[in-house]
Design a protein around this ligand. Structure first.
Ligand code: MG
Length: 236
């Protein structure tokens, strides 16, 4: 399989710094295996930036590991980095990563509320489940889905990289030529509906154009958070 990868990360229109991180940071075309990852850090005094960057570099460096191994390596690295300085106590990050294999397998590892999506035949499917308090309330029938977008605690995470013994979600799918995979931080999905994201992804042929069109859409909708997007096109 041939993978064409583009990524973009933007501070948005309100925040002072960009606490998101993404890998790779240069666009590339490869037959794989390749890791593509998005992380959205949190913590005061630049700790969020350190958390997301630490998670991504540890996940990418984790030898020939599978998705769960890589996410766990990221978790250990963030816990270690948090212990190095007092101001980093409690820092954490989301991490959503995909390993794209030469035979078309996509392995996904995931903690937090960044997301992975598959666009196949112009239909967009969310592959990951958000680890948020609001999503748990919906699952328990205590909150209507349409109330989620405005709930005051919609950003509260139930799982983050940086927690001891974090549970890692994983899944595997088989990609076919013509598929497009997107990873993103909540700066995109908090500002732009899935329907709009699907339209932009379906109507923008080149991955590099698609990632920046999505960042522009998030900023045009207010850009309240950092926005990070990775798009991977699959070809024979
Ligand atoms: Mg965010």
């Amino acid at each position: 399989m041939k993978y064409t990868i583009a990524t973009a990360s933007h501070v948005g229109r309100v925040r002072d710094g960009n606490e998101d991180a993404v890998y790779p940071d240069e666009d590339e075309t490869t037959v794989g295996p390749i890791v593509v990852a998005v992380a959205d850090g949190m913590g005061g005094h630049a700790a969020g930036e350190i958390a997301s960057a630490t998670a991504i570099s540890a996940a990418v460096a984790a030898g020939a590991g599978g998705a769960v191994t890589r996410v766990k390596a990221a978790n250990a690295a963030v816990i270690a980095a948090a212990a190095e300085e007092l101001g980093r106590a409690g820092m954490g990050t989301t991490l959503t990563l995909g390993i794209f294999w030469p035979d078309g397998r996509l392995e996904v590892g995931h903690v937090g509320d960044s997301r992975a999506y598959l666009l196949r035949n112009e239909r967009l499917t969310q592959l990951t489940i958000d680890h948020t308090f609001v999503r748990e309330l919906i699952a328990q029938g205590r909150l209507a889905p349409e109330e989620a977008a405005t709930h005051p605690q919609r950003h509260m995470l139930t799982r983050t990289i940086g927690m001891q013994d974090v549970r890692v979600d994983s899944l595997e799918i088989h990609l076919v030529p013509g598929d497009r995979v997107m990873l993103c931080s909540d700066g995109l999905t908090g500002m732009v509906s899935d329907a709009r994201v699907a339209r932009i992804l379906s109507n923008t042929p080149a991955p590099a154009g698609a990632v920046w069109s999505l960042v522009e859409a998030a900023n045009a909708a207010g850009g309240l958070d950092n926005t990070t997007v990775a798009v991977v096109d699959v070809a024979e």
